[in-house]
Design a protein around this ligand. Sequence first.
Ligand SMILES: Cc1ncc(COP(=O)(O)O)c(C=O)c1O
Length: 343
Amino acid sequence: MIDLRSDTVTRPTPLMLKAMMSAEVGDDLIDIDPTVIALQEKTASLLGKEAAIFMPSGTMTNQIALRCHCSPGDEFLCESQCHIYNYEQGAFAQLSGLVARTLEGTKGLLSPSQVVGVRRNDDDHLVNTRLLCLENTHNRGGGKVYPLELTDRLCNEAKAQGIACHLDGARLWNASVALGCTLEELARPFESVSVCFSKGLGAPVGSCLAGTKELVRKARRARKLFGGGMRQCGYLAAAALYALDHHIARLEEDHRHAKELANAIAEFPAFELMDRDPDTNIVIFRIAPEWGTARDFADRCRDKGVRVMAFGPQSIRMVTHLDVTKTQIEAACKVFREVSKMA
Ligand SMILES: Cc1ncc(COP(=O)(O)O)c(C=O)c1O
């Protein structure tokens, strides 16, 4: 089976497993796990932040970041299609008593004019506007990358109003490879950054939240509260460290594969690509109702050995990753050509 549903479906490579099995570990909650410390220090340094903290998931790093920046009754701003708003069960409301205000983006990206004057007045009738959250790359935006200059302008505008900035950088590695800039440059405008090792980098589990030492100290308390404290998690940190050393530069290959998939889909008038030339490793397209539904397309592909995700009634998402070779991409394109004629 060629699995293009997500870049989270990868399995650890033999060398990654070897690194995990030889990790030096300890109890990360009682005192220290040396491999976790090494991962946290390396991640903080790559992102140009004072400190970082390892957690089980990107959902947890995002939600704990919101909790560190905001208090119950506060409001944060985010783009309407972002992961934090759409795919985390409204945890910001359930767990931290926060209100979200969504702004409509273009392929997930906001423009600086949308942030001008966005802070609510200091008035007892109103919630306090505390935080702006951006997502880079943008999942529902088809893996869209935020240009450096745009994040700078958005964050400067927010900061001028006393609003802090958090980045959901689950796939920030992809953005850095696509733009040819450093992770530190991408992270610079933000007070906190969440990154995932379990997506394009191919580790089985884990994310880090990076920011000031003070923010990370608060995050460590919240991680315990949310049940995210882990014991000998150095085995997992070892996989993430291995991924940082070996799996970033190769993302360029995934981006090339995504362009090949997009080229195949573009051959059929019944399919409309969100981006004819995807920025990174995600391809999203709409299926004309006359052809059928996204479920029809996904089922027909699965029957021919290719898994894709029905992302909505008429839309499909495909994600390239470490476990899909060039030969498999070519095989998948062949299947799309066969399936597309089945309307
Ligand atoms: C942009 C983005 N942020 C956060 C997450 C959440 O990560 P996790 O599944 O590790 O909770 C995802 C997951 O796909 C994501 O795509």
